[in-house]
Design a protein around this ligand. Sequence first.
Ligand code: DAH
Length: 345
Amino acid sequence: MEENINALKSVLDKEYEDFESAVEKVQTLSELENIENRFIGKKSLVSEYLKNMGTLSGEFRPVAGKTINETRKKISERIFLIREEISLIEFDKKLRNEKSDLTLPGRKIKKGSKNIISQIIEEIEMFFIGLGYEIAEGPEIETDYYNFEALNHPPDHPARSLHDTFFIDENILLRTHTSPVQIRYMEKHKPPVYVIAPGKTYRKDYDVTHTPMFTQIEGLAVDKDINFGNFKWTLETFVHAIFGKDRKIRFRPHYFPFTEPSAEVDVSCNMCKGSGCRICSYSGWLEILGAGMVDPNLYKFVGYDAEEVNGFAFGVGIERIAMLKYGINDLRMFFDNDLRFLNQF
Ligand code: DAH
């Protein structure tokens, strides 16, 4: 640096002019930052001069220092003001861009819905809860004892072969019905018992009306003085609640090892109103559940006194109810996960 105040001033004036013309076009904060670096940053001319003050003579140093600092201050004040201005403009721009258009239609939230099988289970549960029943559950992997033996199927009983059982080993199997929950529940609870038990069941079977996994609801009522009239009323009221009051029901004699007497319950066909059609195989009736008065033999397995109590039980196939209620003709549709099918419910 030449020790001449006029020469120094004219260099600094030139620097300030350069600054002004640079800053004139500045639009953004980051551009401003570059300019700040260039004119008063560490490597700027002004900073270089200030760093070299120590090399100047004692007389010149304060004069030079004052001049350089004035320029520095001028530049930095100007930058301060411009920064304020740009910040305001940028903030305003941001607000304008983020402005919400309240007239736009809202975004639809796509909601899933309950599977039709779950819906029917809930509907049936609600009906029986209304009558004072409780809900119970049992394991899907069962022992031979609960699935067969305690339900009055001794080891060589022919009814066992009706079940197309998936065996895991000689004693362990996938339950073929929800009836084992009857035994498990009675083992743990003293009468009176009013309980329903929904759940998955398994059989080796696959066609339009059978799938290897299907769903049942078991019902069991055991109390003093339960008679066939209570049994019939309960199932009739249940069928009317699910299918509508205009449907007739009938009890057809049947055989189950764990009930005596046993019945299959049919509901009148809605398609032909009973006159006979393809859906009901021209009988006018559709089978919907198996049921009966609990065989007193079962009470021995759970420690109830067969002289003291009696009861009734029933087992309903949920998919079958859904098929009849909604006119679905292929059971496999329940398990295909085709949204066009599922969305209808
Ligand atoms: N467990 C039988 C089945 O899967 C249905 C059944 C019939 C259940 C009669 C019952 C009953 O509780 O009493 O075919």
